[in-house]
Design a protein. Structure first.
Length: 57
């Protein structure tokens, strides 16, 4: 299960980065902002997984 969550975090960060980049390229501020939010969610999910790993070992 943890590997699935880690993968989901990386995908969410990558998807957010792509969305932000496209948003900036086409001048769509809302899309760029949504991309940043998705990246933040991915970062938070990744931090949660790292914390869980720290307590397991």
């Amino acid at each position: 299960m943890a590997e699935n969550d880690k993968t989901r975090a990386m995908i969410e960060k990558a998807k957010g980065k792509a969305k932000e980049t496209v948003g900036r390229a086409v001048g769509n501020e809302r899309m760029a902002a949504e991309g940043k939010i998705e990246q933040s969610k991915g970062d938070a999910r990744q931090a949660k997984e790292k914390a869980k790993d720290a307590f397991r070992h």
